[in-house]
Design a protein around this ligand. Structure first.
Ligand SMILES: Cc1ncc(COP(=O)(O)O)c(C=O)c1O
Length: 415
């Protein structure tokens, strides 16, 4: 074999090896892109095999963001902490960023990290405390942190001193929430000191309202006045942080003067009322529906006990159905939960189990095992809202949706 023949053989061998490798590369990239968007459907699905699931309409979330931007006339920093109030951190974040949201807010550094790992590169602000151990990584990942203590500020400065990146900080002022934040009197000097530190950038200044969701306005007005005083003092010292923000959903709706440079809404993005006293305007749309299936249906004789400790006993021949939802999915372990089956309200009977709950179905004779049951959302003319569930659990809609656990599959539509 001469030299040219050997070269031809090697080239042929390379083609044999390389073409399948390149082909496999394209194939994997294509399917990983599909997988990433796997759960985003373009229209409602009616053929889900799961026994429990959430349907989240990203279209509603996008339109709610547009409405908030229109009402306030200011950029929206979307609060997506706690898995986007149960709606799903990554898909919700991608949807709101498409709508022009310019910053995502989370409670913890770990949540910000999850966003970065998902390839989301928009500015992020961590609203809670972040250990100085994460400061260098936060700066590298362009994750802004909240600061409100001298000791933490000094520790951030120390770990950042030799770094090539800068750490962006938002200083929090406690104007009346009694939670995180400097006293208003301390804030101006704290900010000025912080500005002197190498590799620390004071990007923002913010406060949080305790009572913006109430009819009374006195507390919010007092908080606003304290916050404005801090801003004036800073300005007279020659400095104004680039992003001053205060308004949660209720304040964004009710106090235009609290919008400053950006609003910071959470609950309204998901189409849920800040409170009974400050409900959303009618055009906002709830984005989430919670559904399960009737996994058993039987007629039990009188005197049959239902569930642990037989807390319900049939008084006659009764149709009792079981659904695949329990307290490990986010339903409360209490009597009297309700749901909708074939467009009619049904009542839970007996003690709730971890993965199942039982319903009295005498009022729905046409029901069949396998039927879809709505726990939150609309079916036919009937609707159960997160607000209604919250009231019946003696809590609010926030806790209902944040309590939806990770094992419940989330399906996304965009319509
Ligand atoms: C600091 C901060 N800002 C904004 C929000 C958003 O509030 P809301 O969901 O009421 O709009 C929250 C939520 O708890 C918060 O803790």
């Amino acid at each position: 074999m001469n030299f040219d023949e050997i070269r031809l053989q090697i080239a042929g061998f390379q083609k044999c090896i390389m073409l399948p490798i390149i082909g496999a590369g394209f194939f994997l990239t294509f399917f990983s892109l599909l997988r990433r968007h796997r759960l985003v459907y373009t229209r409602a699905m009616d053929n889900i095999a799961d026994t429990i699931w959430l349907e989240i309409n990203l279209g509603a979330i996008r339109r709610n963001v547009q409405r908030l931007a229109q009402i306030s006339g200011k950029p929206v920093m979307a609060v997506v902490k706690a898995n986007a109030y149960g709606h799903g951190l990554i898909n919700v974040s991608r949807a709101v960023l498409k709508e022009g949201v310019n910053r995502l807010c989370v409670a913890r550094f770990e949540e910000a990290n999850v966003l970065r790992m998902a390839g989301i590169d928009a500015p992020i602000l961590v609203l809670g405390f972040t250990s100085p151990e994460h400061a260098v990584e936060a700066a590298r990942l362009n994750i802004g942190l909240t600061v409100y203590r001298n000791q933490t500020a000094a520790q951030y400065a120390e770990v950042m001193a030799g770094e090539k990146n800068s750490l962006k900080l938002h200083v929090k002022v406690d104007t009346g929430m009694g939670r995180l934040g400097l006293f208003p009197e301390e804030a101006p000097a704290f900010v000025m000191q912080l500005r002197l530190k190498k590799n620390l950038v004071v990007e923002g200044l913010f406060t949080h309202f305790a009572c913006a969701d109430e009819i009374q306005t006195k507390t919010t007005e007092m908080q606003l006045s304290k916050f404005n005083k801090v801003i004036s003092e800073l300005e007279s010292g020659g400095f104004r942080p680039a992003i001053i923000h205060a308004a949660n959903s209720a304040a964004a709706l009710k106090y235009p003067e609290a919008a400053f440079d950006a609003i910071r809404p959470g609950i309204a993005i998901y189409g849920l009322d800040p409170s009974d006293e400050v409900p959303l305007p009618a055009e906002f749309e709830p984005a989430l529906a919670w559904k399960t299936r009737l996994t058993s249906l039987k007629v039990l004789p009188p005197g049959s006990g239902i569930g642990y400790n037989c807390r319900y006993v049939t008084t006659k021949k009764e149709r009792i159905g079981a659904c695949a939802v329990g307290y490990a999915d986010g339903l409360r372990r209490r009597l009297g939960n309700i749901a909708i089956l074939r467009g009619k309200r049904i009542s839970q009977v007996g003690g709730m189990c971890m993965d199942q709950s039982m319903y009295q179905l005498d009022g729905v004779p046409e029901a069949q095992a396998g039927d879809e049951v709505v726990l939150l959302g609309q079916q036919g003319e009937e609707r159960i809202s997160a607000e209604e569930i919250g009231r019946s659990w003696d809590t609010n809609n926030y806790e209902v949706v944040c309590g939806l656990t990770a094992r419940v599959p989330r399906y996304y539509i965009d319509e």
